[in-house]
Write a protein of this length. Structure first.
Length: 84
């Protein structure tokens, strides 16, 4: 994840030098980073560091069962089980 973030950060700073160069040595680094990210989003609608590909979208419902699963063993009997 660190490499993904650094890749996009370096790429954006290289392509968009006109936006961040005037802030250099005039603004605290933490404030400059936030301001650059905001300006980039306002100009392009893109996030400075986009989500990684293949990342699952955030869900509000739990991914697991909410209660115990009923298993009767009749669908796939295993050697030594009650169903075989």
């Amino acid at each position: 994840m660190f490499a993904w973030g650094m890749l996009h950060l370096v790429q954006a700073l290289t392509k968009d030098k006109a936006t961040w160069e005037p802030m250099r040595d005039k603004v605290e680094p933490a404030n400059a980073a936030w301001e650059y990210s905001r300006r980039l989003w306002e100009a392009t609608g893109l996030e400075l560091i986009p989500p990684m590909p293949g990342e699952a979208p955030a869900t509000e419902s739990p991914p697991a069962l909410t209660g115990p699963m009923h298993v009767d063993g009749s669908d796939a009997p295993v050697s030594g089980s009650l169903g075989s």
